[in-house]
Write a protein that binds this ligand. Sequence first.
Ligand SMILES: [Zn+2]
Length: 151
Amino acid sequence: MKKQLLVAAIENGTVIDHIPAEKLFAVVNLLHLESMKTAVTIGYNLQSEGMGTKSIIKMADKFFTDEELNQLAVICPNLTLCIIRDYEIVEKRTVCLPDELRGIVRCTNPKCITNNEPMRTHFHLHGSNALKCHYCNTVVSLDDVRLVERP
Ligand SMILES: [Zn+2]
């Protein structure tokens, strides 16, 4: 059993599970893990039943806001998130894209009002793999979406 325990348990925090290996570093960048002060464990290319390999990130004392979850869902839909308290999983949820995203994604149309005025972007889910700008109707594929820079 101990051999299978590839990643140490955490007392309180969040585990992001089932990250496709090719998305791991995008998630690492998005979460700004390099500036976290608490323990972070990154597991890359771990063996996974059913998925071949997977990657996971464990963050001690880190709990996500809804905005952070939406950002995660944009770059990596269908993640599993486990909330850990006192070494137990108290909540397990799949992160899905909401129908509307505000202030998360940039519009690719340079003439869009959101690229020219200090205002939040607003997108609607368009099919299963794209977003549509509320203001100019530009459709942006989730594969080449750009996130709004956060301060
Ligand atoms: Zn737009």
